[in-house]
Design a protein around this ligand. Structure first.
Ligand code: PEP
Ligand code: MN
Length: 363
């Protein structure tokens, strides 16, 4: 990883600072107290705030930038600011803002991302792209492609969770698999996690930050404020620089590969065993689907419905009853068997609609 622009091996990129720049003093005091933690590589502050409802604090605008420049002069910490349109980019370029990030509400709009990408064309700007508010991997990847197509090379993605309607543990659901898929498809892009906007509260921040590091994320962005309860935006999730310091100090930074060759060979052996089991899972699933198709054919010939509710209830219950004895959570087993059952129905549906011929069924 050492050839990448964004971090040294084992050293996550740490971005901290208030949700919003509010006053010159608040910006400066937050930056100084963060400097004292020794744990902030970059100072973040929003000056244009995209707010869900009108009437909320929408940021101080361009007038806040000199406060940030001053904070950088005092602390030496590079700056990151959110941009949502070309005009913001031009202002940030004019002042030499080190990092720009595109917010979740902007990523959903390809016109806006394209406009920003065009305004950055020909620069060597560091740009981070937050995931869109909705769980749409393509939209996130597409936004990144627009930045890549504009010739930018120092690029990062920020996983900040996905909005949803209903009972909430998190303000935005992490849906880690989307970020993992993004990392898999674009392995050279720096991927950081934003626990603040995922949690929407203070008490889950450490758990999310640790999980991100355990998933080999390249860094974290965490909102910090001198008096969090009085913050003009996102008060519930901000923490003081001192709380931030202890949060970071308590994180475990793990190695991707063990240094010890004995540990490594033991791990390799266990991984080979996993590979064998994965092959078996694949084989068993394929055989199960083959049988499901054959049953589908039988149902078709005897004019029976695909779904036999009693039979399905029995199968589900059988798995749930045995989950605990096998050290598996009921929730996990339920999800797995439901997914398998869904696919069986889908395959039988295709047999029923004669999309699959008997030949294909038996072969
Ligand atoms: C922010 O970083 O303060 C922000 C507005 O976040 P998001 O775009 O993730 O909602
Ligand atoms: Mn915020």
């Amino acid at each position: 990883m050492s050839d990448k622009w964004f971090n040294k091996p084992g050293k996550p990129l740490l971005i901290a600072g208030p949700c919003s720049a509010e006053t010159e003093d608040q910006v400066l005091q937050t930056a100084i107290r963060l400097k004292n933690t020794g744990k902030a590589d970059v100072f973040r502050a929003g000056i244009w705030k995209p707010r869900t409802r009108p009437g909320a604090f929408e940021g101080v605008g361009e007038s806040g930038i000199p406060w940030l420049i001053n904070a950088k002069k005092e602390t030496g910490i590079p700056l990151a600011v959110e941009v949502a349109k070309a005009e913001h980019v031009e202002i940030c370029l004019k002042y030499g803002i080190d990092i720009m990030w595109i917010g979740a509400r902007t990523t959903v709009n390809p016109f806006a991302v394209q406009e920003i990408a065009d305004a950055l064309r020909g620069t060597n700007q560091i740009v981070f792209l937050k995931n869109p508010v909705n769980p749409d991997l393509d939209l996130w990847l597409g936004g990144m492609e627009r930045l890549i197509n504009a010739g930018l090379t120092r690029l990062g993605a920020i996983h900040r969770g996905f909005s949803f309607f209903g009972e909430k543990i998190y303000r935005n659901r992490p849906q880690w698999q989307i970020a993992i898929d993004f990392k898999t498809q674009m392995p050279d892009i720096c991927m950081i996690n934003d626990p603040s906007h995922i949690c929407g509260n203070r008490h889950l921040l450490a758990k999310i930050a640790q999980k991100a590091l355990d998933l080999n994320f390249d860094g974290l962005m965490i909102e910090t404020h001198i008096t969090p309860d009085q913050a003009w935006s996102d008060a519930a999730q901000q923490i003081t620089p001192e709380t931030y310091k202890s949060l970071i100090e308590n994180l475990k930074i793990r190695d991707i590969e063990p240094a010890d060759s004995l540990v490594k060979s033991h791990l390799d052996r266990l991984r080979r065993e996993i590979d064998i089991l994965d092959d078996e899972i694949m084989h068993v699933l394929a055989s199960r689907m083959e049988l499901a198709r054959e049953i589908g054919y039988y149902k078709r010939n005897h004019n029976m419905t695909i779904l036999q509710s009693e039979r399905w209830k029995e199968i589900l219950q059988k798995f749930i009853d045995r989950s605990q004895d096998n050290g598996l959570s009921e929730d996990f087993i339920t999800q797995i068997i439901k997914a398998i059952h869904d696919e069986s129905i889908e395959q039988q549906e295709r047999v029923m609609s004669a999309e699959l011929k008997l030949r294909e069924v038996r072969e």
